[in-house]
Design a protein. Structure first.
Length: 459
């Protein structure tokens, strides 16, 4: 690739391991464990930390597969790129298409939840004001560049972690005052008289949604320094750190409020925050939730725009719009603006409806990334190499089975909407490939380890 002055602008490699991990954690939103605590507690009979432990184990298999593929193909595009390179270009297109459900609508859901929190606190302010404010600020930060978004994201993550830490300390202090030091080491949050296998399984399936985002950082591969080494480590660290936070917070919260009975399951965390810290802390807690949504919105919008960039450069989406990089800021500005515009749909939706769009694409993508690792294993064996069968075959197979189980257990509305979107993708693919007579548009990738500045060049 030419590096002359007339070369098309490309993404800049500026992100290290710490930055990528923080982006992934922001995308996951650690405080989501508190936002969904009441619902998971009701499903598990008051054993939320057990559900998160099972979900963590399940997600680690898929995280390992994403790390393998990120090292093999260190370019933007995430599951879309991995599947088309390791399996089939048509499958890759369809995986990218259904993943758009996740990437496109997740920022919208994040902004929608943040707006709902603020409207509850300030009912006199119209709901649309909060949505537009969220979208305008995060869009401006992302257009300005990944480093600008990173700096803001660091500050927001510090505040979010601080609120979580205070919540845990207050919860444990509350438990200590009620039952003494012995009460802090109870096993009741992990198992009690109401615990059932079906309940834990249902809770784990719900808790797995909190982990969505460890995969999204792979869309930042072309902006990461030494991606073949950094990205696999970052993905596993994000899943492990996020899981540790979820389990710890769930344990402390379940200790402070045993059982699963709340005035309102959807706002259970507010009820607990007020009980352990009074009105002042409940206000701080609200601020933490809003900050968490803002930080997550920045990361989610950045990831969505990079996926669109990869598909645009392939010609899977119109290149003239989706493949453009801003010459000054070196960001996919048009794609960022598009995701912001789509976020305005939140003005006509509720959280439950918008969330139903997300999970179908996420779990289908997870499944195919695991299959892509197995395909890579078979290819390497045919070429005479001897990759580790545990990490290249057994672990991905387990991950694929778990992901299919989670996909199967989605509610009927999510499956229906997902299948409709998939059918639209098949029709569009048929148009692109002249009724499947030619392959989808392809691109050559330079993944040489000695050229960190190498970038995909459209054919």
């Amino acid at each position: 690739m030419s590096h002359g002055t007339d070369a098309a602008p490309t993404l800049a490699r500026t992100l290290g391991l710490r930055s990528v991990v923080l982006f992934g954690l922001a995308y996951m939103t650690p405080m989501i464990v508190l936002g969904t605590f009441g619902v998971v507690a009701a499903s598990t009979g008051g054993t939320v930390p057990t559900a998160y432990l099972l979900a963590l184990v399940a997600m680690l298999f898929t995280a390992q597969s994403y790390g393998r593929m990120a090292a093999t193909y260190p370019v933007a595009g995430s599951s879309y790129t991995y599947v088309r390179k390791a399996l089939d270009s048509r499958l890759g297109f369809l995986v990218g298409w259904v993943t758009l459900l996740d990437y496109f609508f997740l920022p919208m859901v994040i902004w929608l939840i943040g707006g709902a929190y603020l409207q509850a606190q300030f009912p006199s302010v119209p709901f649309w004001v909060w949505i537009v404010a969220f979208i305008a600020i995060t869009t401006a930060l992302n257009v300005r560049g990944i480093k600008t978004a990173e700096r803001v994201n660091d500050l927001l993550m510090v505040f979010q972690v601080l609120v979580i830490a205070i919540f845990v300390v207050l919860a444990l202090r509350h438990v200590f005052h009620l039952g003494g030091a012995g009460a802090l080491a109870s096993t009741t949050p992990f198992s009690n008289g109401a615990t059932t296998l079906s309940g834990i399984s249902a809770g784990a399936a719900l808790a797995a949604y909190s982990f969505l985002g460890f995969d999204a950082v792979t869309t930042l591969t072309e902006e990461t320094v030494n991606p073949k080494r950094t990205m696999p480590r970052a993905i596993l660290l994000i899943a492990l750190i996020g899981g540790a936070i979820f389990v710890t917070v769930a344990y402390a919260t379940q200790l402070a409020h045993p059982g699963a009975h709340f005035d309102d399951e959807g706002s259970a965390a507010f009820e607990i925050a007020r009980a352990i810290g009074g009105d002042l802390f409940s206000s701080v807690f609200l601020a933490g939730l809003v900050v968490a949504q803002f930080a997550s919105g920045i990361a989610a919008q950045a990831s969505a725009s990079r996926l669109l960039l990869a598909m645009g450069r392939d010609g899977a989406l119109p290149r003239t719009f989706f493949a453009r990089v801003h010459p000054r800021y070196r960001t996919p500005a048009f794609n960022i603006l598009l995701t912001g515009a789509i976020g305005l749909i939140a003005l006509g939706l509720d959280v439950a409806t918008s969330t139903s769009f997300i999970n179908f694409g996420a779990f289908l993508a997870f499944t195919f990334v695991n299959v892509a690792v197995i395909a890579t294993y078979l290819r390497l064996r045919r070429e005479g190499e001897r990759p580790n069968p545990l990490t290249y075959a057994v672990a991905p197979a387990i991950g694929a089975v778990v992901d299919l189980y989670l996909l199967y257990n989605l509610d009927g509305r999510a499956l229906t909407l997902g299948l409709i979107w998939l059918c639209v993708g098949v029709v569009y693919l048929a148009y692109l490939t002249r009724m499947f007579r030619i392959p989808p548009p392809a691109m050559a990738f330079d993944t040489a380890e000695d050229d960190e500045e190498a970038a995909p060049v459209p054919q």
